[in-house]
Design a protein around this ligand. Structure first.
Ligand SMILES: NC(=O)c1ccc[n+]([C@@H]2O[C@H](COP(=O)([O-])OP(=O)(O)OC[C@H]3O[C@@H](n4cnc5c(N)ncnc54)[C@H](O)[C@@H]3O)[C@@H](O)[C@H]2O)c1
Length: 283
């Protein structure tokens, strides 16, 4: 199957979609980047351009290579032209919105089109429920920033066909990534563990035991590459909260995943982290 993949669709041009489109183009594939929001598409392309520019400065690629990579990425806000060999979905973390998107994509594409979801927390089995030929959908969970982080969790739902999961695993290898297979479960492996790192740090902050800088510095000194608040700002305060809400519901409101009121307040006020210029830190 992997050799049939020439055109990769990426749905959602936000933090993750832009990075995924870049990785795919950098690996030699033609890419069609789709978003419902014209501004998001523009911003996504701008992020890719900036990432490639910094790769030039670090002498990882040449200016010619940047041009070639950018020439491989076409964009659209019209779903009816999103006809591809595989579509990697990276839209908002809401089950009903993702299901609707996959239904629309099923109507546009033939049954050979493979679907991959970058969901952080939603079980693939749930996503597949409403989709014609559900065997062709699997999880392809990248980490942020997608153009740098090597790990990809490849997740098979109850209905996922082995050849499709294997194809996504092979695609991850072609992207130069390190894929791991995971069983379908809310949050898979990394987010189930990582979520507790976030929720507990938020509780410490809410209880005024220490401020964000102190907690970050302490955990970085303890060996974590990035403290929890710098990481939430990078992920997006809103995107991170959506994942917490999703895991909280999926784990039957287990208090260990309870969403933070402080984080909700920040989202309400538009303090979304790096992407909005202000989160726990100012950018
Ligand atoms: N941010 C992270 O660190 C991270 C890491 C791994 C996985 N994820 C997952 O990736 C997905 C995207 O997260 P993000 O942080 O990139 O979000 P984001 O908010 O930065 O971007 C989401 C984009 O999807 C677009 N969108 C919304 N509904 C759409 C629709 N119906 N059709 C097409 N486009 C639509 C929005 O306009 C927006 O541009 C989520 O499922 C999230 O859980 C995020």
């Amino acid at each position: 199957l992997i050799d049939q993949i020439k055109i990769i669709g990426v749905a959602g041009a936000g933090t993750m979609g832009a990075g995924i489109a870049q990785v795919a183009a950098q690996s030699g594939f033609e890419v069609l980047l789709f978003d419902v929001n014209e501004e998001a598409v523009k911003k996504g392309l701008q992020i890719i351009g900036n990432n490639l520019q910094s790769a030039i400065e670090k002498k990882k690629i040449s200016a010619d290579e940047k041009k070639i990579i950018l020439s491989k990425i076409k964009t659209t806000t019209n779903i009816s032209v999103l006809k591809c060999d595989i579509i990697i979905e990276a839209i908002i973390e809401k089950l009903d919105v993702k299901q609707q998107l996959f239904q629309n994509l099923s109507a546009v594409n033939n049954e050979d089109c493979i679907f991959a979801s970058n969901t952080s927390s939603i079980p693939i089995t749930e996503l597949a429920k409403e989709i014609p030929h559900p065997e062709r959908i699997a999880g392809m969970h990248f980490f942020n920033p997608a153009h740098i982080m090597k790990l990809i969790e490849v997740v098979s739902g109850k209905l996922t066909g082995e050849k499709f999961a294997e194809c996504i695993f092979q695609l991850a290898l072609r992207f130069g990534k390190i894929p791991v297979r995971a069983k379908d479960s809310p949050g898979f492996i990394v987010n189930r563990i990582g979520k507790l790192f976030h929720t507990e740090s938020l509780k410490i902050l809410e209880e005024k035991i220490a401020d964000a800088e102190t907690i970050d510095a302490l955990l970085e000194n303890a060996g974590f590459k990035m403290g929890p608040f710098k990481l939430i700002d990078l992920i997006g305060v809103d995107a991170n909260l959506n994942v917490t809400k999703s895991l909280y519901e999926l784990f039957e409101r287990n208090p260990k995943f309870r969403p933070s009121e402080l984080q909700q307040k920040m989202v309400n006020e538009g303090l979304l982290g790096k992407k909005s210029g202000q989160g726990f830190y100012e950018y």
